[in-house]
Structures are given as C-alpha cells and as structure tokens.
Design a protein around this ligand. Structure first.
Ligand SMILES: [Zn+2]
Length: 253
C-alpha cells in the first residue's frame, strides 16, 4: 500500500465504533478528504490530539479508491491556541469549518479543491485576532463561493449584463448589482441600497486571495453591509446558513 504525506486541517470528527474516528480533512494537495483514524478515540493514543477539530498536522495516509483514506501518522503543527482562548474567534473558526463542511457536500459531485483553498483557509485562521474577524470571514466566504457552485459577478449588471464599475443597488432577486438603467423604475423590494464604494470593495475581495490581500481597514458600517450581502446571497442561492454566525449575531458579539 502506498502512503502519501500532506498538510491537513481537521474540519469535522465523529466516533467510529468504540475506538476509532472518522475525520473530514482539508488537505493541501487533495482538497477535502474523508479519513479513518484507527484508535483515535483512545485518550492516550497517538492520534487522539491530532484528530480534534481545528488542528493542523502533517499527516501520513493511504488514499483508498473507496474515498475513505486511512491515517497512519499525524504530527501536530498547531492547534491555534490564540483562537481557542477567545470565544468570538473560536465561533468564527467554527464558521470556517461549517462552510468547508458544506463545501464538502457539494464537492462530492465535483472536482477536488485546488491547493489555493487550503492556503486561503490557513490565511484566514492565522489572521483571526490580527484584523477584524468579521471582514476576514466575509472575504473567505466570497472566495469560496465558486466552489459551492455560485458566484457574484461584480463586473456586470445582473439584469442586463452591461459592464458595471460601481453601483449602489444590490438585487437579491437578480443575484447581483444593477446598473443605473436597470435601477430606474424597478420595483424590487429585496434590493439593498449600498453605501458608496461597497460594490468596489466587494469586487476587490472577490478578486484577491486572502493570503495576498494587504491590510484593509473599513468602517463597521461597510463591514456589516458586506456581511449582509454575502449571507443573504448564500442563503438564497446555495441554501447555506451557518449556525456559528447566527450565534455571533444573536448574542451581538
Ligand atoms: Zn442593467
């Protein structure tokens, strides 16, 4: 049997029998993988710590044709202690896992994820605590949209398809921004009136990988508006609502 080595982040874990664990991993080379960790339920076993959610490891495993890999060894790189100490950051990190889990459900019918996804998720986790976690997570959601099978076109009018540099109107019904012609006379009760420059900022985030974006500081009003757009869009077009984000919002964290 051939073993391969890769970096892997544990997204989900569940018991398998009395002693073992099934885990969903985000790996650098193979995207999302389901794997079996033998003996990982045993508290003093070698795989116990590494198979907790939100742990990054070097993993040695066999890739099996049945879609379920076998984990041979795991060497912990980090368990993100700064995130675990902060309840708000931990909720955002849990939201990252929730989003990836949803992505895994879509990915089963699609191609595997490119390594860029692994780098963007790691950039998000590494930057949590350094910059606004809300904006960071919105950025990750925007970057992962195409892998969920949906995408906001930030350069064309969602109604007529004309090139669109900027707009102050986002139509949820049409799934995008509207040009001036299409805005006038339109009775769209679900349209969101955008603050100036929100649309351009959205376009910049859609186009820039997380690990390549420098420091961006925006006011809370913009941050909330961007988050609102992406949440409504994800719920409407992908049926995705993330529980951790609802907790953050309901408790006003
Ligand atoms: Zn138009």
């Amino acid at each position: 049997m051939e073993f391969v080595s890769d970096d892997a982040l544990v997204i989900r874990t569940q018991p398998y029998g009395e002693n073992h664990r099934l885990v969903l991993l985000l790996t650098k080379q193979w995207g999302l993988l389901r794997a079996l960790a033998y003996g990982a339920q045993k508290q003093h076993g070698p795989l116990y710590g590494a198979t907790q959610t939100l742990v990054l490891s070097k993993v040695l495993m066999s890739l099996n044709s049945n879609g379920l890999s076998d984990i041979k060894q795991m060497e912990i790189q980090t368990s993100f202690p700064l995130i675990r100490q902060d309840p708000l950051l931990l909720l955002y990190a849990t939201a990252v896992n929730e989003l990836l889990w949803r992505l895994g459900q879509v990915e089963q019918q699609q191609q595997s994820l490119p390594p860029s996804v692994f780098f963007e998720v790691l950039a998000c986790l590494n930057k949590l605590g350094q910059v606004s976690p809300g904006l960071l997570f919105t950025h990750l959601e925007l970057r992962l949209l195409p892998f969920i099978g949906v995408m906001i076109d930030t350069t064309h009018c969602a109604e007529c398809g004309a090139p669109l540099r900027d707009t102050t109107r986002f139509s949820l019904a049409k799934g995008g921004g509207l040009c001036e012609t299409c805005q006038s006379g339109r009775d769209d009760s679900h349209a969101i009136l955008l603050l100036p420059s929100t649309w351009r900022l959205l376009g910049k985030l859609v186009a820039t990988p997380l690990h390549k974006l420098g420091h961006v500081k925006v006011s809370e009003r913009y941050e909330r508006q961007l988050a609102l757009i992406i949440r409504l869009y994800l719920a409407e077009y992908a049926g995705v609502t993330l529980r951790s984000l609802q907790v953050i919002e309901s408790e006003n964290l």
